[in-house]
Design a protein around this ligand. Structure first.
Ligand code: AHR
Length: 500
């Protein structure tokens, strides 16, 4: 079949915020230790961070990194992770039943983020701690000096403030698994008061309130309404989290995961705007989709089944071509909501369901999912254009009929570059794409068409074969004399088509 779209700069939706290309570093498994940080590694820099991983993080093009959790943050004493490394305690982390050595903490992470050129997004512990620890951390990070906590940062070796702008008020506080899990009203009150104190320290910071852990939570919808009712004036963003996996061999539904994400975002926008209406507020809450990915969660034994270890191998999922198509499609969905979704974090960055894998004392490599993320982050900039698809539909058990083509376009006004991202969800055959180019003011030609596809949709990159799946150029994609882009998308594939 063939799917048709119209690309017209008159259909502007919003501007791409580089914070949409965020990722996440949690003190979990091997994300920090032997992930970004491994002092003994041959590539390690003077701070003990891995140079090879650092280079891949740069290539990935992530604009923002969330830290230090995740469920981890709900039991974390940030003071354990600052000051002389030799004096730092070994703690039992309740979230993942691991031993946390605290060799990496706030100053090490924020120093790494600065050297990487990424914006940090910090989370405070509203599980076992509260207002006082949160406001002390903001003071430690953001006040230049002359107060106890800021002077401690200077004494610990960081003279200039870290100037962290974006802060999460806890993590997944609606989840019964969360240390310090609470009700929406209790959490909302605590978040509002912690947020107030944090703003009293630094009025320039932006705050994210916890939404639901996922759209299947029994309190979904009501949680958001009650939390926003309590926090509306203090916060800027509400969080969303979602993980997708193929279940029961239902690949068609899995490939259509973007449809679920799309509805989830729309529901939260409606809920936030309902609270806005009730409060007669002029402010509009934006969304922070600060955990999203493919995660084979059904393979995880649960944290209580884990042996108490230091740096355990946790949820090191190996991703396939199919997973890469889904990740690419989820990014397309996020871009299609760029008017309300301001922040998004692929969870996580290295080893722990990460697009990057690394072995202790060994190599690092790109998973299949690395490629759609890196190419989207590199090329989808400027204005997001609304695109309506007409074309073949695929029946799915979980999401009903969905278009075989999932797509979005961006127009970079500065460079004139037009980027079309496209997923063919069809497993049975190729899909033709016809895009009418209108109102662009000049003729466009194809610069390149790269695709992630394979005869084996389960093909993956491994330590033994790290380049098994890479983006490959597609020949024959062109713009006709009638200004129509014509391309063929292989089955189960993700494409970036660049025009200029
Ligand atoms: O990313 C893994 C975990 O998933 C995070 O710690 C938690 O916030 C979510 O449940």
């Amino acid at each position: 079949g063939t799917a048709r779209i119209t690309i017209d700069p008159g259909f502007a939706l919003g501007t791409v915020d580089p914070r949409l290309y965020g990722t996440f570093v949690e003190h979990m498994g091997r994300c920090v230790y032997t992930g970004i940080y491994e002092p003994g590694h041959e590539s390690a820099d003077e701070y003990g961070f891995r140079g090879d991983v650092s280079r891949l993080v740069r290539e990935l093009g992530t604009g923002l990194v969330r830290y230090p959790g995740g469920n981890f943050v709900s039991g974390y004493h940030w003071e354990d992770g600052v000051g002389p490394a030799a004096d730092r305690p070994r703690r039992l982390d309740l979230a993942w039943r691991s031993i946390e050595t605290n060799q990496v903490g706030t100053d090490e992470f924020l120093g790494w983020a600065r050297r990487q050129g990424v914006e940090p997004m910090m989370a405070v512990n509203l599980g076992t701690r509260g207002i006082d620890a949160a406001r002390a951390l903001v003071e430690y990070c953001n006040i230049p000096g002359g107060t106890a906590w800021s002077d401690m940062r200077v004494k610990n070796g960081t003279r200039d403030p870290h100037a962290v702008r974006l802060w999460c008020l806890g993590n997944e506080m609606d989840g019964p698994w969360q240390t310090g899990h609470t009700t929406a009203t209790e959490y909302g009150r605590l978040a509002a008061e912690a947020g107030k104190a944090m703003h009293q320290v630094d009025p320039s910071i932006e705050l994210v309130a916890c939404g639901s852990s996922n759209a299947d939570m029994p309190t979904f919808g009501e949680w958001e309404r009650q939390v926003l009712h309590e926090t509306y004036d203090e916060v800027d963003y509400l969080s969303l989290h979602a993980y997708y996996e193929e279940t029961g061999g239902d690949r068609a539904s899995f490939l259509a995961s973007g449809a679920q994400m799309d509805g989830y975002i729309s529901d939260i926008v409606s809920t936030a705007d309902h609270v806005r209406a009730v409060r007669r507020s002029h402010k509009r809450i934006r969304l922070s989709f600060d955990e999203w990915n493919v995660w084979y969660q059904s393979r995880f034994p649960g944290e209580r089944a884990l042996p108490l270890e230091e740096t355990p191998r946790l949820i090191e999922d190996t991703y396939s071509v199919t997973d890469a198509a889904v990740v690419g499609s989820l990014l397309i969905t996020l871009l299609r909501h760029a008017d309300r979704v301001a922040v998004a974090c692929l969870a996580q960055l290295v080893n722990v369901i990460g697009p990057i894998r690394s072995e202790p004392g060994g190599p690092s490599w790109r998973q299949t999912t690395f490629h759609p993320f890196a190419l989207t982050a590199r090329h989808a900039h400027g204005t997001v254009l609304r695109t309506e698809v007409s074309g073949p539909l695929i029946e799915t058990e979980k999401h009903g009929p969905v278009p075989a083509l999932d797509t979005v376009s961006t127009l970079n006004e500065e460079t004139g570059e037009l980027t079309v991202l496209a997923v063919n969800r069809d497993q049975t055959g190729p899909l033709g794409l016809r895009a009418a180019l209108r109102g662009l003011g000049k003729p466009y030609r194809v610069v390149e068409h790269l695709v992630i596809a394979d005869e084996d949709p389960d093909a993956a990159n491994t330590q033994a074969e790290p380049e098994r799946v890479v983006p490959r150029p597609v020949a024959g994609t062109s713009v006709s004399a009638e200004d129509e882009l014509e391309a063929v998308l292989p089955p189960v594939s993700w494409s970036v088509i660049r025009l200029a």
